[in-house]
Structure formats: C-alpha cells, structure tokens
Design a protein around this ligand. Structure first.
Ligand SMILES: Cc1ncc(COP(=O)(O)O)c(C=O)c1O
Length: 536
C-alpha cells in the first residue's frame, strides 16, 4: 500500500493566477534593489500558486498526521518529550523579542541582553559552573563547542592529546563530536548494571576481554584529553562512581565533558560542577521548556568551569568569549536568542523549588512505571539501590524467540493503543527506552502499562500465527474502513484495543513499512534544487 495513495503535493494543487497575498500598489518610491543578480531567483515558476486558505489547510492537515505530546504520552527515552507550558511561547512571541535583530546595537536591546545575562546566571547556578555561552544551537552543537574548548585548553599548555574516552552506552553524537574535533575515540565498557566499568570485562561467549577504565587510563595516560560522560547515563542509571571517575581523569589533567541531555534528572538535586565535570552542555529544548522534535529549533548552551573560561567561543562582529577563545560556532552572537525567553519564563515560573520538584517527579514517574511493569517486563538496568533514574530500558529480547514478534512490532502496536512509540533498540538491541517525564499523570502511565501488558497478551495469543494484530500494526483508518478484511482478528480489536482509545482515537496515516528497504533506498517526492528554476 502506498503511503498516502491519493495525496496531491502542494505543487500539484497549484492553479495559475491563484495568490495568497494581495498587496496594494506602492505609494512610495520603490527601494533600490541591490541584490546581486546571480543570487536572485529568475522566476517564481517553481513556487505553487495557491491561496492562503489552501496553504493553511495544507499545513494544518499535515500537522494532524503527526502524533505529538499534545495528543498523548510520547515516552521517547533520552529525548524528553515533555509538556512545555504554552505561556512561555507567548512570552517569546512578544514583539520586543521577535522584532529585534541579532546584530542590533546593544543600546537598542538592553532588555534582551538583561534577559540573556540573567538566564546565564541561573544556568551557572543550576550547573554549579562558572561561565556560560549561549551560542550553540543544539545539544550536539554544544558537544562540539565543548570538545573544541577542551582541545584549546590542552593546546594552551602545549599538550598534544589525541584520545577521548567514551562509554559504550553513549549517544552517537558523543563519538561523532570527538571524531569531528580530530580525536580518536576509545570505548569504555559498561558493567552489568549499565554503569562505567573500572575493571576489564570478559565476554562470556567470545572470551574476548575489553579494558576497563583503570586499564585504559594506565595504557593511554596523558594521551587522554578527556571523557564524555552522560549522567544519568543513556541506560537511565546514575553513574554513582562519577566523583571517582572525575578524580582519576583529573589526576592526569584530562577533562570531564558531561553530556547534559539527561540534566532533567539532576536539576535541583545535584549538578555537573558538584560531580566534578569541567564542562557540559544543556539541551534547553529538553529540560528547560522549549518544544522540540524533527531537528529543532533548539539551544545547547555550554557551561564551563573557571579554567575553560578563556577559551569560550568568540564572534567576529560582537565582543564575546574568552581572550584565547575558539572561533565562532554560530554566526549570530547569541545563537538563537529568539528562543531564550521560553527558558527564562520556565525557570522564572518554577523557581528553585519548582525545578527540583520537576526533577523529583521525573525520577518518581520512571520508577513508578518500572515497578508497575516489573511483573511482565524486566527493567534491563537498575542502579546500586535497584532503582532507575528518570528513564528505563525495558527488555523485549525474548519476544522474537518466544512469540515470533519483534520489539519494533510492539512499538508500532502501541500506536494503535494511542501512544507514541518509545525509543527502540537504543542503546541496547530489542529494548524500549521509556521516559515518562514529570508531565505524565498516574492515570496516563497506568494506561501505558495496561497497553504494554495488553500487547504482551496479544503476542502470547499470536504464537504460531503469522497474520496477527501485533505484526500488522499500526492499523490505519483506510485499512479499518476498507471492504476487504482477511485477518483472523476483528477490525475492532485492531483499531480500538482498549476502552480509552474510543474517546481519543489517533489513526496513524502510515501502516507498517519495510524499514530496511526504506533505509537503503532514498526517495524524494519533490523536485530537486537542480530541477527548480533557480537561475544560474
Ligand atoms: C544523550 C544525548 N546526547 C546528545 C544528544 C544530542 O542533542 P541534540 O538533539 O539537541 O543535538 C541527545 C539527543 O537526543 C542525547 O539524548
């Protein structure tokens, strides 16, 4: 089945002469057009001619195809898809923010500068570090900035260090960043509880031994520039030996980069400075109220300890950064300042108490779900006290063998139950990483638990049946309403597997696709830039 069989592209709906905007004739002399001819589009033929109504309906309809956190629980572990208070977006939409130019003279934007200064002070307090740069536009961009600072720090001492240690559970952006900054990544294995292993680890089946942290430090010594570490780590467990790790690295003058993506489990309870980090990024679009998804927009400020302040990034046009600062990482002096009022409003509204409470609730919620699922699903890793941090990895590794169903099928079936799929097979194969965040109520979490157990029962019932309700998920409206239905289960079970789905059914527009084929075959449905008439 094609994805959306009868969907006409907006280009195909173009009707010559239709317009979305009608401006009166100029009653002042036209401004001189100083744009270089080679940069100008030669014609607008490639743009669809549609009315404003067409455009609004087009994009509204497209937005309805998406399942968002406004629709229901979006437990995408590591990504922190929580509810973001709308009031902060209203604040950010005030004209004083939206109409100020990033290069406006300082005397014209004193209010914006004050907001940014105050926000930086708060972020310093939250992270326990001494300086902040707001330049990076995302977490990964922050990582790059941070690693370049570490590089500049060692270079300033004339030290040639070539290695960055990265735990095997790390997010892919960590090794990518270190490699982009010219470092060799050396993997640190995790022990059975998911935390960094100090000792060597021998794989029982292959007999191969991986060096633990202590052996790696003694082998590479002062070749090591630093370690990139996430806390809680990406399997949802607090690195309870983090202070020891920091000391071991500091003893050889290597630095600790803390990936702040999971900072929503630290705010108000502990902080990167306290646990020994020299530098960290914050994903303001995860922890601090900015909506995100689909690649942005975001802000990934870097918070740095005193010894890294001289290397903070500069800007060629505006005074910024340290005296030995690395070159600019964003063209605008403060990255994406338009978004900062959102985080400012979020922190201001919650205050210290509220921020801590949000962190506590994120951790309590994850532990509640882990316990509620325990009778049916094992939580893969738990820390020294048998608990998780703010997210958990749920084990589905037996599903393929026991029921002939893959973890991906269970994730897709969750959509029929009205939930977004959790993070799948990251960082452990055939598992879900579930992060309920502080936004979810007990009632919603109970529904999710009921859905997981309901799907497990469906899997058990499906043993030996190739055509079953889990492997065929998700079920689209078109499929449910079609006159042909050859499956051994009912349409009702397919689309309305639980009572709560009746009052708020979300039909995915796309059914199961051949993901492997899709990954290998890039398809694009709009004209390429070369086909568009963009002039020379
Ligand atoms: C642990 C971790 N590090 C880094 C990143 C990268 O952050 P961003 O998506 O803002 O670039 C993510 C994003 O999901 C993450 O989960």
């Amino acid at each position: 089945m094609a994805l959306i069989p009868s969907e006409a592209l907006i280009f195909e709906r173009s009707v010559p002469g239709k317009i979305g905007m009608d401006l009166p004739a100029l009653d002042v002399p036209a401004a001189k057009d100083t744009r270089p001819a080679h940069l100008k589009r030669q014609s607008f033929d490639a743009m669809p001619e549609v009315s404003e109504v067409d455009v609004v309906r087009h994009f509204t309809r497209l937005s309805r195809w998406n399942f968002g956190v406004d629709e229901g629980m979006y437990p995408l572990g590591s990504c922190t898809m929580k509810h973001n208070p709308r009031i902060n977006e209203k604040v950010a939409a005030l004209p004083g923010f939206t109409e100020s130019h990033p290069m406006a003279p300082a005397k014209h934007v004193q209010g914006n500068l004050e907001l940014m200064w105050t926000l930086q002070e708060w972020l310093k307090e939250i992270t326990g570090l001494q300086a902040v740069t707001l330049h990076p536009a995302a977490g990964a961009h922050g990582e790059f900035t941070g690693i370049m600072l570490i590089r500049a720090y060692h270079a300033s001492k004339g030290a040639k260090r070539s290695i960055v240690l990265i735990p095997d559970s790390a997010h892919g952006t960590n090794p990518a960043t270190a490699a982009m900054a010219g470092y060799t990544c050396v993997e640190v294995p995790s022990q059975a509880d998911g935390t960094i292993s100090f000792d060597d680890i021998t794989d029982a089946s292959s007999g191969k031994t991986k060096k633990g942290l202590l052996a790696l430090i003694s082998e590479h010594g002062r070749e090591i520039a630093g370690i990139m570490i996430t806390n809680p780590n990406t399997v949802g467990i607090f690195e309870y030996r983090i202070a020891e790790i920091a000391k071991l690295l500091h003893d050889i003058d290597a630095l600790i980069y803390m990936d702040g993506a999971n900072m929503n489990a630290q705010v108000g309870l502990t902080n990167p400075g306290y646990i020994g980090a020299d530098i960290c990024h914050l994903n303001l679009h995860k922890t601090f109220g900015m909506p995100h998804g689909g690649g942005g927009p975001g802000v990934g400020p870097i918070c740095a300890a005193k010894h890294l302040v001289p290397f903070l990034p500069t800007n060629p046009l505006v005074e910024a950064g340290g005296e030995q600062g690395i070159t600019a990482v964003s063209s605008a002096p403060f990255g994406s300042p338009l978004l900062l009022p959102i985080t400012y409003g979020y922190i201001k509204m919650l205050g210290g108490e509220g921020l801590r409470r949000a962190t506590e609730m994120a951790i309590v919620n994850a532990n509640y779900m882990s316990a509620a699922l325990a009778g049916e699903f094992r939580t893969f890793f738990t820390g020294e006290n048998g608990r998780v941090g703010h997210e958990m990895i749920i084990d589905l590794q037996n599903f393929r063998k026991d029921y002939g169903v893959e973890a991906g099928d269970v994730a897709r079936r969750l959509m029929d139950y009205g939930f977004h799929a959790p993070t799948l097979s990251f960082p452990v194969h055939d598992t879900f990483m579930v992060e309920p965040t502080e936004s979810e109520s007990k009632a919603e979490m109970d529904r999710f638990v009921a859905a997981m157990i309901g799907i497990k029962r469906e899997c058990e019932a499906a043993v030996g049946q190739e055509d079953n309700v889990v492997v065929n998920a998700p079920h689209t409206a078109a499929e449910i309403a079609s006159s042909e239905w050859a499956h051994p289960y009912t349409r009702e079970l397919a689309a309305f597997p639980a009572a709560w789905v009746r009052s708020s059914k979300f039909f995915p527009v796309v059914t199961k696709i051949d993901a492997g084929y899709g990954d290998r075959n890039l398809m694009c449905t709009c004209a390429s830039l070369y086909e568009m008439d963009c002039g020379e």
